[in-house]
Design a protein around this ligand. Sequence first.
Ligand code: XMP
Length: 498
Amino acid sequence: DGFPAVKLFNQGYSYTYDDVIFLPHYIDFATDAVSLSTKLTRNVELSTPCVASPMDTVTESSMAAAMAALGGIGIIHSNIPASDQATLVRQAKYHKIPFTHEIIFKSPLDSILSADEFSSSPCIFVTESGRENSNLVGRVHKSDWEKLTNKETRISQYMKTSRLSYPASCSFEEIAGYLAKERLDFVPLVRYNGESGDDVANLVTSDDVERIKGFPKLGLPSLDSNGDLLVGASIGTRESDKERLEHLVKAGVNVVVLDSSQGNSIYQIEMIKYVKNKYPNLDLIGGNVVTQYQAQNLIHAGVDGLRVGMGSGSICTTQEVCAVGRGQATAVYKVASIAAQSGVPVIADGGISNSGHIVKALTLGASTVMMGSFLAGSNEAPGTYEYQNGQRVKKYRGMGSLEAMTKGSDARYLGDKEKLKISQGVSGAVKDKGSILKLIPYTMQAVKQGLQDLGASSVQSAHDLLKSGVLRLEVRTGAAQAEGGVHGLFNYEKKSFE
Ligand code: XMP
């Protein structure tokens, strides 16, 4: 019944996730018995198979910290100066629990002129220098500031000198217990920073605790050998990226992604050799690739992981502009089959818009999925919300869009700074998705159910069942795809029938 993957994907068609459907198999275990533990690269293990894409509207420190706390990982984008990227890596690693308040720091000599300063947090922290990495000397609560008659008064005159804080390295349960015991509304989480004293790394409120308690439990957070969160970062293949890498390594980056839309190039191969030679213990992800030939070249050069996808992303126009790429289901299956022979894990990058796509990617051989639009628009994504036609939205743009390339990402598309820039992506906005601390656990629960329907109790077992031909697939006709989606129902939001 149905086709084994090897037959389906060798007929000369390029299939996307929506084109194919798995036939159900046999269930002999509970949903909660499904393990999503997986490998990002040869040496980096994750308990959740999710990676946040290195895009400037997706992954900065809040996203990276939240993804790692959920057992996945975030790759900090490189569309900023190297030292700023390294700071984002450090900030993400500082967190232990992904509370995502943007913390405002002031010096005792400053004044607070507008209530807007309190918009992201219930209090402003006062440090000796007014910067985050200097000694904490006090705090200003919004309620105290509101009572001030002269808003130009210096902070030192009315701040509370309380240094009440809690170590950032403690677990969620410990912090929750402390807040409850002391009956506090919030507490700053600090990290001892040698001579310069304690740095405020985060802020947790009792509302955060209640919110997070309500989310389904996921696997263990992704931690390195020091107990800090795992954080990745992307670099390009230019000479200046060697210096960028040095900054990132100093900041403690755990894995590096060579960011290119067509990875099979002499530039990338030389960079792989350079990185593996200089930092043999740093795991390196190459890509992007969509064919077995491309994959073999990068594996041969020494990559520890492969990123698969060309033109399948929601904001991509590469297939239209350059006429190259591959349907993502075919690309993942083809690359994963060859990479598995060398023990190199595959990241299915782009085109994920629902949990079913994740089940398909993982079953077709990917060990993790990388997501842009799925995570954009969340609280943890960079940028602020705005309203469009009554909808709360956040900006999301392709790194090959003219807007992003103007900031420097043209290296990903081998663009030349001096010459014409050809856009391979678009920019727009996506709907508010709330926090990924809720989105990801619910999505992973659905992924577990999908794997259970296939009789796969782990990602590895899905790979094995596919390879042995036990799992069968079929191509869906246009009508079958329409049948598989919502149809004949009035959508109140769109005010039309679907
Ligand atoms: P999703 O579908 O998750 O895709 O939004 C994210 C992935 O898309 C790639 N990417 C681009 N591809 N033009 C492209 O052709 C672009 O401007 C662009 N920006 C990002 C990238 O692989 C990302 O992870």
